[in-house]
Design a protein around this ligand. Sequence first.
Ligand SMILES: [Zn+2]
Ligand SMILES: [Zn+2]
Length: 382
Amino acid sequence: MSKKDFYETLGISKDASESEIKKAYRKKAMKYHPDKYSSATAKEKEDAEHKFKEINDAYQVLSDGEKKSKYDRFGHDAFSQGGSASGAGGFGGFGGFGGSGGFEDIFGSFFGGGGSNGPRVEPGADLRYTVEITLEEAAKGTEKEVKYFRKGECHTCHGSGAKPGTSTKKCPKCNGNGRVKEIQRTMFGNFENVVECDRCHGKGEIPIETCPTCHGTGVEKEKVEKNIKIPAGIDDGQKLRLSGMGEASENGGPNGDLYLFIRVKEHAVFERHGSDIVCEVPISYTKAVLGGDIQIPTLDEAIKIKIPEGTQTGKIFRLRGKGMPSTRGGRVGDELVKVVVETPTKLNSEQKKLLKAFEDSLKDKNTGMKEGFFKKLKDLFK
Ligand SMILES: [Zn+2]
Ligand SMILES: [Zn+2]
């Protein structure tokens, strides 16, 4: 398969809509349609054929939601197994277009020409699993047990589908090719397509006697229980790809993958902002005025920090290195402690009297913030 970027091939951007993709494909396919090159030189014909194949490869993937998202995530690697991207296997047998060869002939040679590549091998399905962890676990890294059922290799026949001790015979439906012809509908009309044989699942052979456990499919339901390491620093919504932990293939392909989606539970006091964690700590009015030690939580333990005299509400103190690590290593984030001054309520008359006396003693000194504010107001309404 061509390794040229599929979006580039169709001349569209990565966020092109479904109809833009279709339009671009139609335009390009018309331009390089081999019918247009019937009287061209051999070299021109070859170039056009190559282009046409690239365009079709690109469209097969980008027009299919599932394949497109795989391609967006993994690029061409997503389809390196058996060329399943094109849905037509390799184009190995692609030959020249003889004289009057029309479009249908071309499609015939496209899809039929792959016979020499042998049966197509499809990997097993990918699976998704969600694990929930705490912020503390995300900070330190953890290990979680995952338990699920999947299609695994049949333990009786080890995936062959044949009863142990018996042999296989040529599949009568596809005559051993692993592929059968089918009519494919495209925007250019109906064409003959070659698809995987559903009787033998592309193997070309069927067991003389099928395996009694899996009835010939080669797979059976299997329980998986495994401990998975989750790296320190992982964030809510991230996923881990566990290669080969998905379902077994029914025709000898590799296993699919398991995608472990991480959900980090909301924390009672911390909020994560990238690699920093933020918390609000209430302090008393007198503590804010006089300063002193306050107790604050961190991801490991409660610690004491000293706040200075005259701390205003909303002041943020930064504790270096008390935040989250990164899954890629490097700098550990900080903890940001925002202090909030709690106004005392339900005071008795004695306390109110004391506060009034205190207020009088200030005699409008020590009110820089208030004065600054009123000066701004005056400026506004001048
Ligand atoms: Zn068959
Ligand atoms: Zn079996």
